[in-house]
Design a protein around this ligand. Sequence first.
Ligand SMILES: [Zn+2]
Length: 159
Amino acid sequence: MLRSSTALLLFMCSLSAVAQNEISASSLFLKPGEPVPQECQQAAQLFAHLAAIYPHPKSGWHFVIVCDDNSWDAVMQKMGLVDGLTHYGETEIDRRITLFRGRKLIHPDTGVSPEFIVAHELAHIMLHSRNEQIVDLTARKWVENFRNPIVQSKGPSNY
Ligand SMILES: [Zn+2]
């Protein structure tokens, strides 16, 4: 339902780690033939970069960067997610689709980094969980581990 009513503008991602998944940028307000706004392409590239860092599905997942906030609001309304909370991303595990609010990846809110937004949705996918608490904890761990990787001790080599 969402896919057919949304003008999906597909472009391929060059990062091999996530290349087996579909990444598209989407806006409800683009005229046919109109190129994806540069900022939205940036958001998609940033997503691909971050998704490659954290655990992610190997294939068969569809990631959609919803370019502008008007489109995002419309999509949230369609999904029945107008609840007064700020939504940055949404994962539908059964349909293997994850939406990201593109604008917030490029212009992040204080305390909600793009790293965390991406890690959070990926945690939904990898844990197959809708439990926000567990997903949040996992995402925080991933972000922290990547920022402060455990330093490997430099013992004698086994080779
Ligand atoms: Zn969530």
